[in-house]
Design a protein around this ligand. Structure first.
Ligand code: SAH
Length: 372
């Protein structure tokens, strides 16, 4: 189902045999060619399929009343057998700055032959109005329900991984985000580790690129940076911007802050980043969450600068967003500025990302913990 090749042997469950059954979990699980075949089975024509995908994917119109060019009969058949989305929005918060954060709950997916039914669960998505391109927003999407990385300062991994999202579930977040307003950029920085849900992510991003019109260059994928996976992926030139969560220049401390990466030396991660740059021609951004009194000393800044000198890379400093029940501190703005200038004095380009929409529980992973 995640295969967009039109000759895919998997026909996305199109032939269920029983008339009332769904043709797929949602329209978003089908490729354009598969959608045409599905619509024909419901009595429509190929151009109806194209129109439907334009409404839903390009314009974010998920209500059948909005598909005014389709007959009432076809709309009815679609709602019964090929609904536009599979999940349900269960919570939404809007912050004063216009940031909207919403929670989508997905049902357990049907068991395929030889594959156990997957558990359901909720993920969060954030629609952040852009300062740079007024009238558009940056969408932050999730790739897994829960997360196996278990960084101690992050709310998303508290209970570990429930399951990876399917391609249509990732795409659904884009469609629901588009329904709020036009998207100019996207960051894959919500719940989960994108490289562990990669086939699903690639499926969704292909539709986002070709049908929503959001080019890969406008998409940033953030990962803890498994060196082997990055080395395999780089030659395929996926086009998106790569961000690697580093969080410490020191092997031992990184193992504490990014537990799933224990045993992988920082240098190996950086070398995979260098390889990525050589293969794709696109610079890697290293993310560094600043935890007051933990990884924000002058020594940390100097050692980080040393690691990155002579490398084509930039650093994105993220002052820690407090998460209920953990013991980290958010550093003072002056301290953040000092860390940044220590890097810059050594020739490393460093930016600071102050999170927005905090009063809407927009700090990473927090809406899901409340909404569950
Ligand atoms: N698993 C991926 C994407 C998830 S989060 C990754 O680790 O890169 C995107 C970024 O937000 C990561 O750099 C993550 O470490 C950071 N982050 C998580 N919780 C945070 C918090 N409470 N405050 C600040 N940054 C946080």
């Amino acid at each position: 189902m995640e295969n967009r090749g039109d000759d895919a042997p998997d026909r996305a469950g199109l032939d269920t045999g029983r008339s009332a059954e769904r043709l797929a979990p949602s329209l978003l699980a089908l490729t354009p060619a598969q959608t045409e075949r599905a619509i024909e089975r419901l009595g429509g024509r190929a151009f109806h399929a194209r129109s439907l995908r334009r409404h839903v994917i390009q314009e974010g119109r998920i209500l059948p009343e909005q598909w005014t060019d389709l007959s009432a009969r076809l709309r009815q058949a679609l709602m019964e057998r090929l609904p536009p989305v599979a999940g349900e929005e269960t919570d939404r918060r809007t912050a004063r700055d216009g940031t909207v954060k919403f929670l989508t709950r997905f049902a357990p997916s049907a068991a395929a032959e030889g594959v156990p039914a997957r558990q359901g669960g909720a993920v969060e998505t954030v629609h952040i109005p852009s300062h740079r391109d007024v009238g558009t927003a940056t969408l932050c999407v999730s790739t897994q329900v829960g997360c196996p990385v278990r960084c101690p300062f992050c709310a998303s991994g508290r209970d570990g991984l429930v399951r990876g999202l399917q391609g249509h579930e990732i795409l659904e977040q884009y469609v629901r985000g588009r329904a709020i307003g036009p998207l100019g950029r996207s960051v894959v920085m919500g719940i989960g580790e994108p490289l562990l849900a990669y086939p699903a992510l690639a499926f969704a991003l292909e539709a986002v690129r070709s049908e929503m019109g959001l080019g890969a260059r406008r998409i940033t994928v953030s990962t803890v940076g498994f060196p082997d996976r990055l080395r395999q992926l780089a030659p395929t030139r996926p086009g998106f911007q790569l961000a690697i969560s580093l969080h410490s220049p020191d092997d031992e401390q990184r193992s504490e802050l990014v537990p799933l990466m224990r045993g992988v030396p920082v240098e190996e991660v950086l070398q995979a980043g260098d390889h990525w740059f050589r293969e794709t021609g696109r610079e890697v951004t290293y993310e560094y969450v600043l935890l007051g009194g933990t990884n924000d000393s002058d020594g940390h800044a100097r050692r980080l600068a040393e690691r990155l000198s002579r490398r084509r890379a930039t650093v994105n400093l993220i002052p820690y967003n407090p998460v209920e029940g953990d013991n980290y501190r958010r550093p003072a703005p002056e301290h953040v500025a000092r860390f940044q200038s220590l890097l810059e004095e050594r020739g490393i380009v460093a930016t600071v990302r102050w999170s927005r929409g905090l009063e809407a529980d927009a700090a990473c992973g927090q809406l899901r913990r409340r909404g569950n």
